[in-house]
Design a protein around this ligand. Structure first.
Ligand code: HEM
Length: 506
């Protein structure tokens, strides 16, 4: 048989397949490039202590959209490019585990909750609960009254105490989540459940600071006697673990008591525990832990985005005026906007998108780990390597978003002259099987507070000693990043606006 170009190609392809089958990916591809490290410790000393997304972006300019470093022998892959992230997304079943965190996860207890639980059957059960409760625009529809009700309580609180913006936003986000999860209405003033959960979440942030606890690098330290020097983390871990347990158990018991008394409001828990006697103990545990993951994932993230919206309005009075003109033209001044107005308000929707792009709530996402060796972007991703997606860099890529530091809602609007730029929701909520399960709730809440605030309030710079203060847009470090605290004035747009806010009956 003569060797034609066709069967030569087939034979060559067959040979290549055989070669690929025989060789592991390890032997086929190199690790992504990256800064050289030291023997044993690798790049530990190169890791930035704060605002790591800036350093990772700088490394990206030198090494490319995918790069790697080594931390005590463990590869960490840093992804700066949205295209590479979409490759990871497509192979979600391989790249959707979480790193094991000895302090925050195992000792303090967050590895039982969705954000840190390892990939597997339990993870899928939690995701199923999230997905049914608010995993699509359709599922969100029945929560609209709660979101609108809490938004109006926010307007009232803000009218009364405009200087308490952050506190009011925390009450708003906490109020929505507590209502949807436990059927609990947060109280004005100090709320015991919100305090409980926020304390536990503060512990989570402190316990997961990279490099803060040596036990994260040497897990067997937890087995040493506690009287040894340097073992103080064990006492702290026990204190924090108690707070985690209270966060999980106390609101859960509240709903169960309400159910027993026949006065429970509809909520994730009351619906899923309706047939409690037919549920196995493990199923009840899953429901309890899925519930506690809702507040953990949903409160701070939404607050950060909403706080950023107020900052954007202080810094961009023209965008604010344009948004208010749209509301006045479409809705008028005789009623407050509702979520049903969403399709008719393209500029407000564009502000929602731009807030999510301009201010990264989770600048470097939440770390994933690879469950198998694999190839991404032509490079080897070894099993167990940690994968960090620099979402901040992707949302500020000048090729995708020209003039990326400018707050420019227009970029999200399609016109005959130019199509809208890429929707930031494709990036800002993460990727793969770990993509944010609260994204629809997040967008709904964000739209609600933005449109309602713009309808009745003006946000402006403060004037101190005759001088206008222009705040800087700077962000705190951490998995969830907030705009640094800033000052602004919030005043009602008109007498009519005051009466619209006050006429709401609660
Ligand atoms: C503006 C608001 C929000 C932003 C920007 C945001 C962003 C993110 C990101 C980037 C991740 C990591 C995804 C990954 O690992 O690839 C995540 C995970 C998560 N988010 Fe959100 N989120 C927001 C609001 C919410 C809300 C409202 C909820 C809950 C109701 C929520 C619950 C969660 C949970 C439980 C996870 C962990 C999922 C898992 O590990 O499988 N988030 N979010």
């Amino acid at each position: 048989m003569s060797l034609t170009p066709f069967n030569y190609a087939v034979a060559a392809a067959g040979g290549l397949l055989l070669l690929q089958w025989c060789l592991k990916p390890k032997q086929l591809a190199p690790l992504p490039p990256g800064p050289a490290g030291l023997p044993i410790v690798g790049n530990v000393a190169d890791m930035p202590a704060t605002r790591e997304w800036i350093t990772f972006a700088e490394w990206g300019r030198k090494w490319g959209g995918i790069l790697s470093v080594t931390l005590l022998g463990r590869p960490m892959i840093i992804v700066n490019s949205a295209q590479i992230m979409s490759e990871l997304d497509k192979q979600g079943a391989v790249y959707s585990d979480r790193p094991r965190l000895e302090m925050g996860g195992e000792l303090v207890g967050y590895s039982q909750t969705l954000v840190l639980i390892s990939y597997g059957a339990r993870f899928r059960t939690y995701r199923k609960y999230f997905s049914r409760h608010f995993g699509s625009p359709l599922a969100m529809e029945r929560h609209v009254p709660t979101v609108e009700y809490e938004t109006r309580r926010f307007l009232k609180r803000t009218l009364a105490n405009p200087e308490n913006l952050m506190i009011n936003l925390r009450k708003l986000a906490g109020g929505i989540i507590m209502q949807l999860t436990y059927g609990y209405e947060v109280q004005d003033g100090d709320d015991p459940f919100v305090t409980l959960i926020e304390n536990a979440n503060d512990n989570f942030s402190a316990a997961t600071v990279p490099g803060a606890f040596v036990v994260d690098f040497f897990p067997s330290l937890r087995n040493l006697p506690e009287w040894l020097p340097g073992m103080g983390f064990m006492a702290l871990a026990r204190k924090w673990a108690l707070a985690t347990s209270n966060m999980i158990e106390i609101p859960f018991n509240y709903t169960k008591q309400q159910m027993a008394a026949g006065i429970a409001r509809p909520s994730f828990l009351s619906e899923n525990l309706e047939n409690e006697k037919n549920l196995a103990a493990e199923e009840i545990d899953d429901i309890k832990l899925a519930a506690s993951s809702m507040y953990g994932g949903g409160a701070d993230t939404t607050v950060s985005a909403e706080y950023a919206f107020f900052l954007a309005m202080v810094l961009n009075p023209d965008a604010q005026k344009k948004a208010q003109a749209e509301i006045d033209a479409v809705i008028g001044n005789d009623r407050l906007p509702t979520l049903a107005d969403r399709p008719d308000l393209p500029y407000i929707n564009a502000i929602v998108s731009e807030v999510l792009r301009w201010n990264s709530v989770a600048p470097t996402g939440v770390p994933h780990t690879a469950m198998e060796d694999g190839i991404i972007g032509g490079y080897l991703i070894p099993k167990n390597s940690i994968i960090i997606a620099n979402l901040w860099n992707m949302l500020h890529d000048p090729e995708v978003y020209p003039d990326p530091f400018k707050f420019d809602p227009e970029r999200h609007i399609d016109t005959p002259e130019k199509p809208a730029q890429q929707n930031p929701r494709n990036v800002c909520f993460g990727y793969g099987r770990r993509i944010c399960p609260g994204m629809h709730l997040a967008e709904t809440s964000l739209f609600s507070v933005i449109v309602s605030s713009l309808a009745v309030l003006n946000v402006a710079k403060v004037v101190e000693n005759g001088v206008e203060i222009t705040p800087a847009h700077e962000n705190t470090s951490g998995i969830i990043s907030f705009p640094e605290p800033f000052k602004c004035t919030i005043t009602p747009r008109s007498e009519k606006a005051i009466s619209l806010i006050n006429e709401e009956q609660f």
